[in-house]
Design a protein around this ligand. Structure first.
Ligand SMILES: Cc1cc2nc3c(=O)[nH]c(=O)nc-3n(C[C@H](O)[C@H](O)[C@H](O)COP(=O)(O)OP(=O)(O)OC[C@H]3O[C@@H](n4cnc5c(N)ncnc54)[C@H](O)[C@@H]3O)c2cc1C
Length: 395
């Protein structure tokens, strides 16, 4: 396999590197509080300079077609952009707006919806959250029960969502609600959008076991949503929702991030005074670290495979699940390896103490647990690989 850039790709990579050299410093590295607060508005504001530089360059939505204000990049250019950003620990600024609801509006939205929302998403003005999961509907999402009852030119919404990332800071939500309770479960769902300030919406933060306020419960009590805020046809929301394609499915961001994380752990291992580490007492730690290093390379190769599929204008399917499964579980193994580096100090989880990265090693270990649940659990990924990849019957 030839992984070298073509001449054009190399020129584009140089352009991205020059952009990062000029503007990268404006992206203030997120503080621990930024993670713990679930990216508050203040945390976002600290990234303002970086966001504006990307907006001016027209790179907020690399994969969107130019007619909608995107950069119209090929899959490979997009990959190069994300790879270079990730190499430098930088994020793009789009969030759910660019990745999810924007592309959906392009395909299924009315002209009015596109005019209203796409420019604001591109300017990073509106923060979106995704109301999919409910207490009784996660992996089996089509079982969702939140009701939207039609009343003239409005829907009246009642029910509850859960695990809604960033809802406490979001301006708008897009969500799935049941509009026909008598239809077969996939056929009675519609996709609605509304401001989080709508009367009847209340948000209750959930603190995860790593003490981060990343996600929330969201309750709806007689929330009035104009019918014009429905995306696509009534009762076809399941199919509209399922076209919410992540335009950057390769997973390169997390694969590169994984390698950066390992480099950081290695640096710490070499810098720490030996009495605070297990480095020279526990040879098995070195072997673990070597395993993680090999696995990080494998994660990167999964990304290259996905991008090769996309470059042929195909959509990675069970291949994306393989990458997600491997990379999210690798993140957990890395967090465990990092924790072990500090021996008993690894159990200290207090930012006022300097041991174990001010408690970050323990916090990271706890935080990593959710990665194999978010975005589809590992079991669901394995089911996809077994059925679509290996052709095995459904269990
Ligand atoms: C950090 C984080 C952020 C999230 N952000 C959002 C968000 O912004 N918006 C949103 O809507 N949701 C969000 N979620 C929710 C996430 O999508 C769900 O947690 C996930 O889909 C699993 O659903 P569940 O929690 O209901 O678990 P369940 O579906 O109840 O699963 C429980 C267990 O059963 C297993 N299981 C279920 N079905 C099968 C099966 N068919 N075969 C084998 N095993 C099975 C699962 O793997 C799991 O181990 C987030 C979750 C996390 C952890």
């Amino acid at each position: 396999m030839d992984l070298k850039d073509s001449t054009d790709q190399a020129a584009f990579r140089d352009e991205v590197r020059a952009f990062i050299r000029e503007h990268g410093a404006k992206a203030k590295m997120p503080a621990r509080e930024d993670f713990e607060s679930g990216w508050s508005r203040e945390a976002r504001d600290r990234q303002k300079g970086w966001r504006e530089a990307i907006v001016d360059k027209g790179w907020v939505a690399p994969a969107w077609p130019k007619e909608y204000g995107g950069a119209g990049m090929s899959a490979v250019e997009q990959f190069i952009l994300n790879e270079e950003f990730a190499e430098n620990g930088l994020n793009n600024v789009g969030g759910f707006g660019v990745m999810m609801i924007g592309p959906t509006l392009m395909v299924h939205g009315s002209e009015e919806q596109k005019q209203e929302h796409l420019p604001k998403i591109l300017r990073g003005e509106v923060v979106w959250c995704q109301g999919w999961s409910e207490p009784g509907a996660g992996s089996d999402l089509a079982s969702l029960q939140t009701r939207a009852t039609r009343d003239g030119d409005e829907y009246v919404l009642n029910g509850q969502k859960i695990w809604t990332s960033g809802a406490q800071h979001a301006d708008w939500m897009y969500m799935l609600a049941r509009t026909d309770p008598d239809a077969p479960k996939h056929r009675g769902i519609s996709l609605l959008m509304f401001p989080m300030t709508s009367p009847g919406v209340s948000v209750r933060p959930l603190i995860n076991m790593a003490d981060n306020a990343g996600f929330n419960e969201v309750f709806f009590e007689d929330v009035h949503v104009p019918v014009k805020n429905r995306v696509g046809e009534e009762n076809r929301g399941w199919y509209v929702g399922m076209t919410l394609t992540d335009f950057e499915r390769s997973g390169i961001g997390s694969a590169v991030g994984t390698q950066r994380q390992l480099e950081r752990i290695l640096r710490h291992a070499k810098e720490r005074p030996s009495e605070q580490t297990v480095l020279d007492k526990n040879k098995s730690w070195r072997l673990q670290m070597a395993d993680r290093w090999v696995e990080a390379d494998i994660a990167r190769l999964f990304s290259y495979r996905n991008i090769t599929i996309q470059a042929r204008s195909m959509v990675p399917n069970h291949e994306a699940s393989m990458s997600k499964l491997f990379t999210s579980e690798l993140g957990q193994r890395i967090a465990a390896t990092n924790l072990k580096l500090y021996g008993l100090h690894g159990t200290i989880w207090d930012r006022a103490r300097e041991e174990a990265e001010h408690g970050m090693a323990a916090g990271g270990y706890l935080g990593a647990v959710s990665s194999s649940i978010a975005g589809g659990t590992s079991e669901i990924q394995r089911n996809i690989i077994a059925t679509r990849g290996l052709g095995l019957p459904r269990g």
